[in-house]
Design a protein around this ligand. Structure first.
Ligand SMILES: NC(=O)c1ccc[n+]([C@@H]2O[C@H](COP(=O)([O-])OP(=O)(O)OC[C@H]3O[C@@H](n4cnc5c(N)ncnc54)[C@H](OP(=O)(O)O)[C@@H]3O)[C@@H](O)[C@H]2O)c1
Length: 235
């Protein structure tokens, strides 16, 4: 089994790798890093440097990995050194919005474009992208975080659209948008104070939830937005 984790140095991405090495001891795991040199090493883990905002780098990686059973995109951003997510439209900044789209939306489109062929060679494959419930338009009761919400809503539309196309082109592939719940990581760090302790998940718990879903989902369940507990979320 060949598995690719994009964003393997992130809180959730690294936990997925570590759990996979336990539950799939014979799998070949490929993972990508960007700014953080990976510290975690294992004989079945192969690291690749990747800037997910550059299509030529994604295309080159896909050529190196001609057969994959699972691709998980765990890349994402919520804040930068200069910008926190907006509380008001008055804080809206074009460059920050574009960065959200570049890191949260475009990568899954480009990954699907270039990894369609590697995923086609597997008798049953999975393309999972980590989204966020705040990207659900129907679920939006609070407002705020307009760039992050918009980038994840656009991501969700992309995932749904890809899943429909692949029902005929890759009928054995299950395409899912996954909501991890609030998980302790660098991304959520500035917002953890207001989260009840039992609602702040460890990356290990979140990874176990995702991998549990991976074990039970079939291609017939493609095109869903699923929460960590398996609940179907409204797009
Ligand atoms: N944590 C939460 O509470 C939470 C809640 C809802 C949804 N999510 C979603 O879950 C996903 C994972 O989040 P996380 O909490 O694990 O975040 P994180 O710890 O901040 O990890 C982010 C990952 O994205 C990678 N990355 C950022 N820019 C990149 C680029 N240009 N090219 C390649 N890789 C890049 C980082 O690589 P380097 O570190 O090597 O640069 C890192 O591996 C995100 O999509 C996030 O929106 C998280």
């Amino acid at each position: 089994m060949n598995i690719l984790i994009i964003g393997g140095t992130g809180g959730i991405g690294l936990a997925i790798i570590q759990q996979l090495l336990i539950i799939k001891p014979h799998a070949n795991i490929h993972a990508t890093f960007f700014r953080h040199q990976p510290q975690y090493q294992h004989s079945q883990l192969h690291w690749h440097h990747l800037d997910i905002s550059l299509e030529n780098q994604i295309a080159a990686l896909a050529k190196q990995l001609p057969q994959l059973d699972v691709v998980i995109n765990a890349v994402g951003m919520l804040h930068t050194a200069k910008h926190q997510p907006e509380k008001s439209i008055q804080q809206f900044d074009v460059a920050f919005f574009q960065t959200n789209i570049q890191i949260n939306t475009l990568p899954s489109l480009l990954i699907a474009k270039h990894f369609m062929t590697p995923l086609k060679t597997s008798p049953r494959s999975y393309f999972i992208t980590i989204s966020a419930k705040v990207g659900s338009i129907e679920d939006n009761k609070l407002g705020g975080w307009i760039s992050y919400r918009s980038s994840k809503a656009a991501l969700n539309m992309a995932i749904k659209t890809i899943s429909i196309e692949w029902q005929t082109k890759l009928p054995h592939c299950c395409v899912i948008a996954f909501h991890p719940g609030t998980t302790a990581s660098a991304l959520s760090e500035p917002f953890q104070r207001n989260v009840a302790p039992h609602k702040l998940f460890t990356p290990t718990y979140t990874a176990q939830c995702l991998l549990h879903l991976l074990a039970i989902l079939t291609p017939q369940e493609t095109g869903q937005f699923l929460s960590y507990n398996g609940n179907i979320l409204p797009w």
